[in-house]
Design a binder for this molecule. Structure first.
Ligand code: PLP
Length: 362
């Protein structure tokens, strides 16, 4: 298999600096996109080819394209942070590249080589580096690599051609007014993923499956859904797009990976960061009843959710059928804030990167 080098065909008319700066002053999340994108094709018999960096633009698709009907689609999410010396670094892109391969395998799609995934992200960040917010706050450039089946035809089978694309979007601080706890609806009937399904793959289908439950949560005044396991409706799995951690004094616990939980890079990083800070960190099964009982007894001191977009988000109120409780006094807990500070410190380049997680651009 040949690994393509990315041919640079940059835009002759990038957005004027003043307009870009206006966007960077208040980027929000996923609303604005940079001047370029990287595309790489895969065709059966030929493999990966035709890697290009081109102006950001719509992609024409035949109405009978595979992804529009049978949803062969996977994606990733990672961030580039401006470092104190003005350089730019991404956080653990190798982990996203490996997870992208695992997702591809689950959806019967071709696996992009890890080096090519990183090369594509690097090429885009390099070209659009003026879009990486200044060092200082929590702002970053969010990268969204994804792949779709592009074979035209309605026969049900894995596509024989695919398109890999990376786009980038400046992301503001998730909590512009300070870290604020989210409220959670623990659904007893809707499930996100099932054993043997694709819950451990990062694919749009899992998100489509979560939107109705999300609307039901909103109708109950909650910000996010917490999914329980699909068999016993008892074991806590994760939120729609974030993993969960339970804080027991000096120990943090995250649900064991069951195959229906998405293996978050943030989740994995926090196991290490917590241990570095002297906490115990472990994976275990946690039931919804235990969650409630341990909160009421005071043993469970804090709960937080984690993922690339929000890094760490404290959980405040939890509602489920016939019960409701609040973690601590409803304000962000100390351990939650300390871990958040520690991880963001590594990402922003102000704390020692002892695990070698930051990938600096040349
Ligand atoms: C992406 C994602 C996460 C978080 O993973 P990170 O690598 O930490 O961003 C958690 N759950 C689901 C369902 C996700 O899609």
């Amino acid at each position: 298999m040949t690994t393509p080098t990315i041919e640079l065909k940059p835009s002759a008319r990038p957005l004027p600096a003043a307009e870009r700066e206006a966007i960077l002053a208040n980027p929000g999340f996923g609303r604005h996109f940079t001047d370029h994108m990287v595309t790489i094709k895969w065709t059966e018999g030929r493999g990966w080819h035709d890697g290009q960096l081109v102006p950001y633009a719509p992609i024409p698709l035949d109405p009978a394209t595979n992804v529009l009907h049978y949803a062969q689609e996977i994606f990733e999410g990672l961030k580039a942070y401006r470092q104190p010396d003005g350089s730019v670094a991404t956080f653990r892109p190798d982990q996203n590249a490996k997870r992208f391969q695992r997702s591809a395998k689950r959806l019967a799609m071709p696996e992009l080589p890890v080096e090519t995934f990183i090369e594509a992200c690097d090429a885009l960040v390099q070209q659009d580096q003026d879009w990486v917010p200044a060092h200082g706050g929590e702002e970053s450039l969010y990268l969204r690599p994804f792949m779709i089946g592009t074979e035209v035809g309605l026969g049900v089978k894995p596509a024989n051609e695919y398109l890999f694309i990376v786009i980038a979007s400046p992301a503001g601080a998730y909590f512009p007014g300070g870290v604020k706890p989210v409220s959670i609806w623990a659904s007893q009937d809707r499930v996100r993923a099932v054993p043997g399904g694709m819950g451990d793959a990062k694919t749009g289908g899992n998100y489509a499956a979560s939107l109705l439950a999300q609307a039901e949560a909103a109708a109950r005044g909650c910000d996010q859904v917490c999914y329980l396991d699909a068999v016993e409706h008892k074991w806590v799995e994760e939120l729609g797009g974030m993993n969960l951690y339970f804080v027991y004094g000096n120990k943090i616990v995250t649900p064991t990976l069951t195959g229906s939980i998405l293996e978050g890079v943030t989740r994995d990083s926090l196991l290490a960061v917590a241990r570095d800070l002297g906490y115990e960190a472990e994976e275990a099964r946690v039931s919804i009843d235990q969650w409630r009982a341990d909160t009421e007894s005071g043993a469970l001191t804090e709960v937080f959710a984690c993922g690339t977009a929000a890094v760490i988000t404290p959980v405040g109120t939890v509602k489920t059928d016939g019960a409701e409780w609040t973690q601590g006094d409803g304000t962000p807990g100390q351990v939650t804030l300390r871990l958040r500070e520690a991880l963001l410190g590594i990402q922003r380049g102000v704390t020692e990167d002892k695990h070698g997680w930051m990938h600096k651009l040349a």
